[in-house]
Design a protein around this ligand. Structure first.
Ligand code: C2E
Ligand code: CA
Ligand code: CA
Ligand code: CA
Length: 277
């Protein structure tokens, strides 16, 4: 029965149309958001698991939508990536994080480092290291105080320009962190080939270490690799003391997660820094 099939097809069609329209609208709103300064960075502490001391923080973008309120990155970063807006948004994140760090340093709050998430697409134009250098220079930040977190998806496209940019960034003295390790195109080759200073174990493994030996073994294995490479290991998603204890037993020394703190608005994060300084 053709009529039926055609109806289904049309329904599917209009659903696709609706989605495409939604993406276009969202992209337009994102452009406006940049102009109207609707983005914010929230900061989550990165902690020494043995002592509970804050050793750094990760900047996480939020969008304060005038009508819909707080929007999480999962709701708009993918569209930003599809619509070439991740370039300008990524620049905003980079410069804002450097500005915030500069302010904390000027106030003698002894936080030494900040981590910023970077999308694969930000490497596409080829001038990313130049932008990073500029952001550091404008705000007078020591390159060693900045960590760039990159997910494994960067390696889905093996490219000369990516290779060059990662090496340039390393030369510049910023730290490179491999985010969500264990979820994507994981290959030990990447770790050997690119100059990563840090590896973040995906929270999927971290949260599972209480339940099963498989996750514990994966975490142990990553820790073993990191020793060979001389990279730091950071456990994401440390949600309770039991997980922290197993991590410490396995030899993992750095973590992030709700057990310590949610990502905080900049004022609240600053208050936390003042309390700890
Ligand atoms: P990510 O880089 O892996 O960041 C960690 C995510 O886990 C954050 O979600 C954080 O709020 C959340 N989280 C932290 N501790 C815990 C915990 O103990 N338990 C659980 N369940 N979650 C925890 P968020 O802020 O929603 O960010 C999601 C993703 O969006 C990030 O994942 C990152 O890939 C991306 N993202 C965030 N900010 C930026 C940005 O400025 N630029 C780009 N390109 N991507 C960003
Ligand atoms: Ca603002
Ligand atoms: Ca991250
Ligand atoms: Ca992650």
């Amino acid at each position: 029965n053709r009529g039926h099939d055609k109806g289904v097809f049309r329904l599917y069609d209009s659903e696709m149309y609706r989605r495409a329209q939604q993406r276009i609208n969202l992209a337009r709103e994102l452009r406006q958001a940049l102009e109207d300064d609707q983005f914010e960075l929230h900061y989550q502490p990165k902690v020494d698991l043995a002592t509970g001391t804050m050793i750094g923080c990760e900047a996480l973008i939020r969008w304060m939508h005038p009508d819909r309120g707080l929007q999480m990155p999962g709701q708009f970063i993918p569209v930003a990536e599809q619509s070439q807006l991740i370039g300008p948004i990524g620049d905003w994140v980079l410069f804002q994080a450097c500005r915030d760090l500069r302010e904390w340093q000027a106030a003698n709050l002894d936080l030494v480092r900040v981590s910023v998430n970077v999308s694969v697409d930000q490497f596409r134009p080829g001038d990313f290291p130049e932008k990073v250098r500029e952001a550091l220079e404008i705000h007078g930040i020591d390159p060693a105080a900045l960590t760039l977190e990159i997910t494994e998806s960067v390696f889905s496209e093996e490219s000369e320009t990516l290779n060059r940019q990662l090496n340039d960034l390393h030369q510049l003295g910023v730290k490179l962190s491999l985010d969500d390790f264990g979820t994507g195109y994981s290959s030990l080759l990447y770790l050997q080939r690119y100059p990563f200073d840090e590896i973040k174990i995906d929270m999927g493994f971290v949260r599972g270490i209480l339940d099963n030996a498989f996750n514990r073994n994966i975490v142990s294995m990553i820790l073993g690799i990191s020793q060979v490479l001389g990279a730091d290991i950071v456990a994401e998603g440390v949600e309770n003391a039991a997980v922290r204890d197993v991590l410490l037993e396995l030899g993992c020394r750095i973590g992030q997660g709700y057990h310590y703190s949610m990502p905080l608005e900049v004022e609240d994060f600053r208050w936390l820094l003042e309390k700890h300084s």
